[in-house]
Design a protein around this ligand. Structure first.
Ligand SMILES: [Zn+2]
Length: 121
């Protein structure tokens, strides 16, 4: 379940490999999100010290904004290889109609709009 009060600062990832590195080898701040191939990976960890958990969202055809969460993955428990495998499966649409799917309306900002919040201050 995504934190509903959180506002995420979303950066574009360049490749599944780069994204896997960010998600599995770094502890990102709680307002950090990544976009790749129309999917969003939003940091849903409860704190910067907790295991890094990411909500995975996508846009359905009719909505211009991400409106469905399709998975929640604890990348903090994955090694790089396993994280990369998840990311590739997600990009291939393997999770698009998983049982987990639920409507969401995450609040997103670009790095310029975001500046600094209390998570990344
Ligand atoms: Zn922030």
């Amino acid at each position: 379940m995504l934190h509903d009060q959180r506002i995420w600062c979303v950066q574009q990832a360049q490749s599944p490999e780069e994204l896997a590195k960010w998600l599995t080898e770094h502890t990102m701040c709680c307002c950090c999100g990544f976009e790749l191939g129309g999917y969003l990976f939003l940091n849903d960890s409860t704190s910067a010290d907790g295991a890094q958990e990411y909500g995975v969202c996508r846009k359905t055809a009719s909505a211009g904004v991400p409106d469905v969460q399709i998975e929640s993955i604890t990348f903090g428990w994955c090694g790089y290889e396993q994280g990369l495998r998840y990311i590739r499966e997600i990009l291939a649409g393997r999770y698009d109609s998983s049982d987990f799917t639920r409507p969401v309306r995450p609040r997103l900002q670009s790095p310029t709009q975001h500046g600094r919040c209390h998570f990344c201050a």
